[in-house]
Design a protein around this ligand. Sequence first.
Ligand code: 13P
Length: 343
Amino acid sequence: MTERLEDIAVKMVADGKGLLAADESTSTIKKRFDSINLESTETSRRDYREMLFRSDDAMKKCISGVILYEETLYQKAADGTPFVDIIKAAGSIPGIKVDTGAKPMAAFPGETITEGLDGLGERLAKYYEAGARFAKWRGVIAISTEQKLPTWGSIKANSQALARYAALCQQAGIVPIVEPEVLMDGEPATHSIDTCAEVTEWVLRTVFADLYDARVKLEGMILKPNMVIDGKKARKASVEEVAERTVKVLKATVPPAVPGIAFLSGGQSSEEATAHLSAMNSGYDLPWGLTFSYGRALQDQALKAWGGKSENVAAGQRAFTHRAEMNSLAAKGSWKKDLEKAA
Ligand code: 13P
């Protein structure tokens, strides 16, 4: 029996659970491994991801789904067990990044358009066969006050691609994670929180209009937005301000029919990302589930603790489990700073 999109989407944002974004492309994971002086090979990528997916407590209690990259969707653990089976055995849902990356956009200097629509219908059918029940597509919007970015042309093109992708996913029985990311850490990353709020609202209004035009069922999708936050090199806003401004923009743009919103971390520190999520879940009456879909903010500490060494797997798993637990609490609005110190 095929599961309903609505039911999968609701499970993805179930109370106190969120998504592990482990869908770094081969070039992105290489950058992460460079930071611990580890060569990126199929085996080192496998060992790293196996460490995460076999963190049983974290996976069972805190992680509703894992976003994989194509290689990992078909990859097996060292003992031959497919990763998809390990994820499912923990009660978590396998998902897959399906875009093929943000490429320089012709005639729009400084901006990108995300590619991957050609042949996507057939690829989705294969991913479904392999066990994926949700997918991710990331459109990237850069802010530059000097270059006067973003432009309407880039917002519109990325938004339409997201909507085409989402319609194809739903047709294939796969829940689309719609990710329009307004960057906080592009160049020069000095913009104010006001600018971020304005651009994020513009982008989300455009995306929901295009989703409607593409006949996407809002009940069977998840939104993955950035938080409303100032540029990485101009960080001033308090946790409360980020929470308040983010909730305000989301309430103005995201229909309550959407079951859940799962944030990207986008270069925030692990603790910032947790604090912001917890503040949003403790002080506001929200019509959707609000949780995490973090990559770096869930993995950074685990990657460092592991350092590419088999003798550090247990330490890496402890670090990952701690972050997963902190974010699980944040998804319920009950994270406290002193819990970090206690660990
Ligand atoms: P970060 O949380 O590291 O931004 O990654 C999330 C993600 O999936 C970006 O597409």
